[in-house]
Design a protein around this ligand. Structure first.
Ligand code: ADP
Length: 411
């Protein structure tokens, strides 16, 4: 311990140094002595000096570690210069402070990151909540809209049904009123042949009385013709007035055209009318009723022949058909005089006729128009650029059918 900076000092129960590594500390008092202690020291002559001088150690310079030795009442003191301890302590302190600072910094950073993380989670949760709320709002708005739309669709369907019903009734009513207003001319139409029939019959009786059987036969023939005409007038009127509830069915167009042509073949040949047909081989299926379609075709073809009577040869009749995006178009064209300007505008009105020679009823096109509408189709009247009338029937397409259904009842 002689060379080391630490010092050792053994003190007795008076606090006087009795053994030390520093000779200048020997027999010096480490604490203040009381009067009685001074007297006891003097009486015992325990030290070479009677008055131990105080050892005024600078407390800041030394770090003292003491251990009492109980058997003797002495105390062993180890004194280390504070400078010796301070340096490492300072560096330890500096390191510790540095470490502490680093730790606090790391802790701070961690806390900061944790706070950021928590903030982000909270923000995301809020955003999600907001989104969910908006989605819920939007969904309920859409649901409301949906119910309103459904309601509107229902109302519209209802209104449409009512409209159809009203239209149907209106059509029927207007037909009836048209018939009503024209009943006078109809009875005139029927009375005329009736009167003729009566006088032909009376005449025939007289002729038979005079044994002029051939002349009488001639009168009977005229009577037959007149009754046929009357039957035709009645048939037309019934067809016009009839409320048609037949659902359209699949009908092949070509056979219907052939049927209508066959009925007029005799007259056509007698008039020397050239027929020019341009129809595809494959059947064109349309939505129609067999009888209604034949009735329309018959009317249009008869009109064409009527028109051609007013023209010298060559007389021509064209029939062609084509598929369109909407269905099937059928064209009937003649090289007669064509529609007059007034007829083009009014030909579809019931009882409009320009025919005087053949005693037209003015019901043909009106009936065709009504039937075509009922079939969802259309009748278009026009004149061909090269002269003559051009009638177009626009028909709805239909799936190929068997075409074996019995023809619908003809009223
Ligand atoms: P109707 O044949 O008894 O006169 P329609 O309704 O069939 O009755 O025809 C009305 C009118 O339309 C005819 O009187 C005629 O003026 C005109 N019309 C119809 N078809 C033709 C045609 N092919 N060419 C010229 N005019 C026509």
């Amino acid at each position: 311990m002689g060379k080391t900076p630490e010092q050792l000092a053994l003190t007795d129960d008076y606090g006087v140094v009795i053994l030390t590594s520093r000779p200048d500390w020997r027999y010096r008092a480490t604490r203040a002595l009381s009067e009685s202690e001074h007297l006891a020291i003097e009486a015992n002559l325990a030290y070479p000096t009677r008055d131990p001088q105080p050892l005024a150690l600078d407390e800041n310079a030394w770090v003292v570690q003491s251990r009492a030795i109980t058997e003797t009442g002495w105390t062993a003191n180890l004194l280390a210069p504070r400078s010796l301890i301070d340096r490492p302590v300072r560096s330890v302190l500096a390191i510790a402070t540095g470490a502490l600072l680093a730790l606090m910094l790391a802790l701070g950073l961690m806390m900061q990151r944790r706070r950021n993380y928590l903030d982000r989670i909270a923000f995301e949760a809020r955003a999600r909540q907001e989104l969910e709320m908006r989605v819920a709002e939007r969904t309920s708005a859409l649901e409301r809209l949906n119910t309103r739309l459904k309601q509107e669709v229902l109302e519209r369907e209802h209104a449409q049904q009512k409209l159809f019903q009203a239209q149907d009734e209106l059509v029927q009513a207007s037909k009836l009123s048209a018939l009503g207003t024209m009943s006078a001319s109809i009875s005139h139409e029927l009375n005329q042949p009736l009167g003729a029939i009566r006088s032909y019959a009376e005449n025939a009786e007289v002729l038979l009385d005079h044994q002029r059987t051939d002349d009488a036969r001639g009168n009977l023939k005229l009577i037959t013709e007149l009754t046929a005409r009357m039957a035709s007038i009645i048939a037309h009127l019934r067809a016009f007035a009839r409320r048609d509830h037949h659902a359209p069915e699949s009908v092949a167009l070509q056979p219907a055209i052939e049927d209508a042509l066959a009925l007029l073949a005799k007259r056509r040949r007698a008039m020397d009318v050239e027929l020019i047909r341009d129809l595809p081989d494959a059947p064109l299926w349309v939505q129609a009723g067999e009888t209604r379609l034949r009735q329309v075709l018959g009317n249009l073809l008869a009109n064409a022949l009527d028109a051609l009577t007013e023209k010298a040869n060559p007389r021509r009749l064209w029939i062609s058909a084509e598929k369109t995006a909407q269905g099937v178009n059928l064209y009937i064209r003649d090289n007669g005089p064509g529609f007059t300007r007034e007829a083009l505008a009014r030909a579809r009105e019931p009882f409009f006729t320009t025919k005087t020679r053949t005693q037209g009823l003015g019901l043909g096109l009106a009936i065709c128009e009504t039937l075509m509408r009922a079939l969802g189709g259309e009748l278009v009247l026009a004149n061909h650029p090269q002269g003559g009338a051009l009638l177009t029937l626009r028909l709805l397409p239909a799936r190929p059918g068997a075409n074996l259904q019995p023809p619908e009842e003809f009223a």
